[in-house]
Design a protein around this ligand. Sequence first.
Ligand code: NAP
Length: 268
Amino acid sequence: MRLKGKVALITGGNSGIGRGIVARFVAEGAAVAIVARNAEKGQAVLAEEQARGADAAFFSCDLSVESEVKAMVADVVARFGKIDILINNAGVGGRRAGVEDSDPPGVRWDKLRGPNLDAPWFASAYAMPHLIETKGSIVCTSSTATWHGNWGTYGIAKAGVEALVRSFAAEGGPHGVRCNGVSPGWIATERDAEAPPSGGGDWALPPSAFNRMGTPAEIAAAVLFLASDEASFVTGQTLIVDGGLMVLDYPSMDMLKDAGPGMMSANR
Ligand SMILES: NC(=O)c1ccc[n+]([C@@H]2O[C@H](COP(=O)([O-])OP(=O)(O)OC[C@H]3O[C@@H](n4cnc5c(N)ncnc54)[C@H](OP(=O)(O)O)[C@@H]3O)[C@@H](O)[C@H]2O)c1
């Protein structure tokens, strides 16, 4: 058990990758604060984890609203007494907002920047004093979308997350606080509707070098390493966990156009 005695605050823990992180962290002995907006889904995850003996609680919070994040961090510390690990995983996908591309740029920007970049900024800033007390660590979820120009505001916000990782690593280092990131490729989660089905459909492109999508458990394994003491000399890094997607030959824009609606992200 690599996280015995640790308290982990996991954002987006009621769904997808975050759900996988919650499960793995509980299995490794951590007490977990599950944070998201949807209380019904949050309570369902909480019940499942408590049924297997977890010390856990759910906190409903819109992470893009500073006052809510401030109150949530205080509530987590009141409930658990400390924070050892902050997992900034919550976020919303790019093409979800793409269908609303008639919105003015400011509206589109707010929709993607709020949950994807404001959220980890607020949570890291408010958790930092508590992480300094425990000499804790932060792990943020970015995306391989940061490397491509066709993800619009989503890719821009996620690139900000990777800069945030380096910034908090530099600031936290002298206090013994580490900050790292994982950059997932295509992962099979509730966001599947936006993703390419392995092996075809409208998509001719493989989702990874293994021609399959990754799983939340595979992201959770990388997050666990970075959050744990095994990564005691690793900080300021973002680890790509994409099944080799980024080492494949990048498709031409013509292929992207042929690949179907959505890929030429309209939400710039
Ligand atoms: N799946 C992929 O292929 C993939 C690839 C690269 C990166 N990522 C990143 O991985 C992270 C998790 O994605 P996922 O695939 O697991 O998506 P998901 O299943 O849709 O989960 C997203 C989570 O974020 C929470 N969330 C969204 N907006 C929030 C807000 N304003 N305040 C609080 N919580 C909020 C959601 O909970 P509520 O709706 O209840 O608030 C949910 O728990 C995201 O940051 C995503 O950008 C995913």
